[in-house]
Design a protein. Sequence first.
Lengths: 408, 162
Amino acid sequence: MHGQTIAEKILQKHSMDPGKPVKAGDILFCSVDFLMSHDATAPMAIRAFENMGGTKVFDPSKMVLILDHATPAPYERIANLQSMMREFAREQGIPFIEGGEGVCHQIVVEKEYLRPGDLALGTDSHTCTYGALGVFATGVGSTDMAAAMYTGKSWFKVPETIRVNLKGTLGKGCSAKDVILKTAGVIGADGANYRSIEFYGEWIDRASLSERLTIANMVVEMGAKCGFPCCPGLGISADADARYLMEAEIDLDALEPMVARPHAVDDVCPVSEAADVVIHQAFLGSCTNGRIEDLREAARILKGKKIAEGVRLIIAPASRQVMLRAMEEGVLATLIEAGGAVFTPGCGVCVGTHGGVPADGEVVLSSSNRNFKGRMGNNKALIYLASPLTIAASVITGRITDPRELEE
Amino acid sequence: MKLQGHAVKYGDNISTDLIIAGKHTKTLNVRDLADHAMEDLDPSFGEKISGGGVLVAGTYFGCGSSREQAPVALKEAGVLFIAAKTFSRIFYRNAVNIGLAVVECDTDAIDEGDILEYDVGSDMLKNMTRYRELAVTPLPEIMVEILKEGGVVPYIKKHGGF
Ligand code: SF4
């Protein structure tokens, strides 16, 4: 028997027979350590839970309900769904996060609900973000959530794993976002469908938690079930002789700032190849790049500058904690003085539920993770994805701009 | 459990944002979801699929968000089952969970309007118009059981758990 990947180890530990070795392809029933659901998907999960005969959640302390997708509520139908969630959380004794606290994934990280080696489900595809904490975390739909709320279990097909070797280190103007966009270009938008990804290399070894969260966040953009930036502090590691489906290598020394072009996350190119594109709106925020480190990076470039005429810059800090920190440090003032408009911490702008919907034909440069048609609320808009640094540089010039041009 | 209907065909990489936009997902009324199904891709989808059609697509159907509103909207709009070359993981699972069958096969051998027949759990999809049988990637046993019960809700109701 060869060694195991991280995904194999965690699933085996949670299976009904943890002594039995597990390998990719096996189908297992596992007990879950943590469940997260938010206002876009929880109402449907609660309805399914009740329909399957559920009265009491298996363990309310292992769950959290969060309002983040449309907060503060833009109209009454959403307000009523959110009130149903409040009610359910109160009845069941489930920890509840009110709207305005921030994006679910940022909250879960800040509140330290998870430990390395845990198994977590969330009704959100970017639940994979917690891979940065050494957690097997994956997105499910509302009915899977309901079944897990009821039984404390779910079934899993153990994924095969792709190993990504990041060679060298990042040059000026490059960030974790550029690394993961480049990776998406190499693996492809469905290249890791049903799979796990493990990232290795000297840059990952030294990367900050914020950087590792950006990497893990976007593994689902390649279809992955989960992903792990494998650094010494992760708290869990694969065996040296673990079996990988394939290996990919990315040369970070040669990496340039990247963008993903509309409407596919794997249609990536260096910023220099998109440099003539005029932008109308920029979005700085989301679970990918809405942390204090991201806002600081942008503020560093925007300090004392103004955004170009004809450009709107919308900022949604990933959480209240991030926003407070940005206020204390003067980062928020810098961004506002430059011409930015600040939105309540949360998801609205990223997912097009409210706030910052672009007009027909407009070009948006976004720090989030997805540029599908219609993503931000208008299917006639064009969304490019980039790093906070590239966004800051681009709002100054009014066109997609390589941050190295402005950073002397 | 035999399902039969006419093919309504689309291309590759149809995301859940296209199946139903985020702005339309915030409701528990499944009819509202169905009314917006696929509207950004094909405004006449509702008409084409009504009366029980089979949604046919290329690779990576249902990529993106984990929103279960996507398969629910399709099912409620009249989709009997979905045939695609490949599916995104979460969509595949969500569809089965709500009792909507998914069939992974070579959809190049299907044209718009072809009559398709699928017996849930079988390893063949019949194209009745072209007198052809297409090989289907087998579903894990648990998924077949869930589909035969009509989804996870009736499954758990019946079995009291997994
Ligand atoms: S910020 Fe965007 S990608 Fe992240 S959880 Fe919210 S809607 Fe999803």
